[in-house]
Each structure stands twice: as C-alpha cells, then as structure tokens.
Design a binder for this molecule. Structure first.
Ligand SMILES: Cc1cc2nc3c(=O)[nH]c(=O)nc-3n(C[C@H](O)[C@H](O)[C@H](O)COP(=O)(O)O)c2cc1C
Length: 290
C-alpha cells in the first residue's frame, strides 16, 4: 500500500489528467476494466465552470519521441461533470481526484467549493497552467500569484489540494514552495511543455491552436530534473510525471523524491500501462529487498 495525503492507494501509479478516458475505456473493456483497473487512483480530465469545445483541429502532432497536443481542455463543464461523469468514475473502485481549472481566483473558488461537497472525491487537483488575464503568464508560473490563489482556495475545502505546476516557469521550485506556503497538500508535475510544429511543406503551424503541449519520452529527462528540484524544495508529497513508460522510468521519479508517479501519453499506446508499470515497480522493490 502507498499512503498519500491520508489516502491509502494500492500502489504508487496513477493516471495523468486528460490521459486515459475511463468512460470510453469502460465501454471498450466492460466490467473487466473495474476488476483490474490499471491505476491506484483516477484523475479526471480538467473540468472548467462552463462547457468547453476545445481547440480547432488538427489537435495532435507526433513529435520526435513524443506528442504535441492542442486539445484545449474540452470538457462538459462542472454541472454535467458532477451529475454524470463523477458518479460513473466513483464506480471504478479507486479514489477519485478531480482536476479543475479557472481563469480567475473566483472561478477556481466556485469549482473547489462545488467539488468539495461531493463525497466521491478524494482530492482536488488545481490545473494552474492557465493564462492570467492581467499578466499573460500562466497563473502557476508566478510564485506570488500562485500563493495568493492557493491561500484563497485553502479554506474552501478540507479535501487534499494538489497543485499541478506548470513547467513553463522560470523557477518551478519557487512555484512549488509558493503552493506549499499557500496551504497545498501536494504538488504534481510536470504538465506539458509549450511546443510548436510546422505543417509539412508549409510555414504555418500545423496545430489548430497554433502551439500545443509536448509530452511523452521527449520530456522525461526534463521531468526528472524538475521533480528532483521540487522534491528537494518542499516537504509536501510530490506526484511526478512526464514521459513515464516503464517501471524504470517510474522508479527514477520515486528515487528523486516523488511519492506517486502519473502516466499520461504512454496510456494512449498501451491502455494497461498503469498496471504494467506498477507490476514492474513492485518487482524492482522485491529484487532490491532480496
Ligand atoms: C492529450 C493530452 C491531454 C491532456 N489533458 C490534460 C488536462 O486536461 N489537464 C491537465 O492538468 N493535464 C493534461 N495533460 C497533461 C498530462 O496530465 C501530463 O502532465 C503530461 O502529459 C506529461 O505526462 P506524460 O508525458 O506521461 O504524458 C494532457 C496531456 C495530453 C497528452
């Protein structure tokens, strides 16, 4: 068992937000998905106050060793999420972490208050990779803004608050420390790195959104450096992610101080990756203990 913010997890591997659609997977795999759910907890895709259609297509580009996505956070909005998605997630049989994003402190506040009322939710993850209207910077890229946000949200819920840091910041460890000072129970990283691809034979961007976020093996060593730096700077538990595709990749993040590891892009290639990576990790632990 792995303890995380007062939650008991069967192993240290969870999914990364926006990767692994549990409702679609249930349709494809049926009840066998629940009998052998690949992750120790399920993290929802980011939910916003109102519904969002996401970015215009094309939304994906296969980069060297990774994926650039410009999905643009399509989601049904908090009303539909709480009414239909959350009860379906609760049937998965693992703790549910709801990931939310607002454009202002007030929007984040309303989202946290509404999610906090639901017993099905074990923890709330705050996606702070959203532009601050005043500065144009991501809210999570500015330690002062981030501390102000977390300080305002902290009293609104007794549930653990996880701050999903942006890697597109000058000093990620300073942002993690700011989240901790504001009262966060945990930080998770890394989110995708801002990236661009040109259409073949053209000078215009391929992605409908212009730029997108790079994920997958291409970002693994950046994730390792950022997770190590953050874990050395804060006392709260860290969820490490970025390019994890094997037990060895997961073990590296745990070795530099992560408590949990999240798997994102690899789940598109192998939907059972969470279970495989957890098994590979358990085997490594057993070998090391022998
Ligand atoms: C297609 C796609 C959709 C994503 N959607 C979200 C999202 O809704 N919210 C979020 O916080 N992160 C989102 N992410 C970022 C992942 O949760 C993760 O931080 C990142 O992809 C790095 O992990 P990976 O290399 O294992 O994919 C998304 C990533 C991908 C590839």
């Amino acid at each position: 068992m792995t303890a995380f913010c007062g939650i008991e997890l069967a192993h240290p591997v969870i999914n990364a937000s926006g990767c692994f659609d549990a409702l679609a997977a249930r349709e494809v795999f049926g009840d066998s998905l629940i009998e052998r759910f690949p992750f120790a907890a399920y993290v929802s895709k980011t939910v916003t106050l109102g519904p969002r259609a996401g970015n215009p297509p094309p939304r994906l580009w296969e980069a060297a060793g990774g994926l650039i996505n410009s999905i643009g956070l399509p989601n049904p909005g908090i009303d539909a999420y709480l009414e239909t998605h959350l009860p379906a997630y609760a049937a998965l049989g693992v703790p549910i972490i709801t990931n939310v994003m607002g454009s202002t402190v007030e929007q984040f506040g309303e989202l946290v208050e509404r999610v906090a009322l639901r017993d099905e939710v074990a923890a709330i993850e705050l996606n702070v990779s959203c532009p601050n209207v005043a500065t144009g910077l991501d809210i999570g890229a500015d330690p002062h803004e981030l501390e102000r946000l977390v300080t305002a949200l902290r009293p609104l819920s007794a549930k653990p608050l996880i701050v999903k840091l942006t890697p597109n910041a000058a000093d990620v460890a300073a942002c993690a420390a700011a989240a901790e000072s504001g009262g966060a129970d945990s930080v998770s990283l890394i989110n995708t790195l801002r990236a661009m691809a040109l259409a073949p034979g053209a000078t215009a961007p391929w992605l409908g959104g212009g730029t997108g976020g790079l994920s997958g093996p291409a970002i693994r060593s950046i994730a390792l450096a950022q997770v190590a730096s953050v874990a050395a700077s804060v006392a709260i538990p860290v969820i490490g992610m970025g390019g994890v595709a094997s037990g060895a990749d997961a073990a590296a993040l745990l070795d530099v101080g992560a408590t949990l590891v999240a798997v994102g892009t690899e789940t598109f290639r192998d939907p059972a990756a969470g279970r495989r990576i957890a098994n590979e990790l358990a085997q490594r632990f057993a070998e090391n203990a022998a």
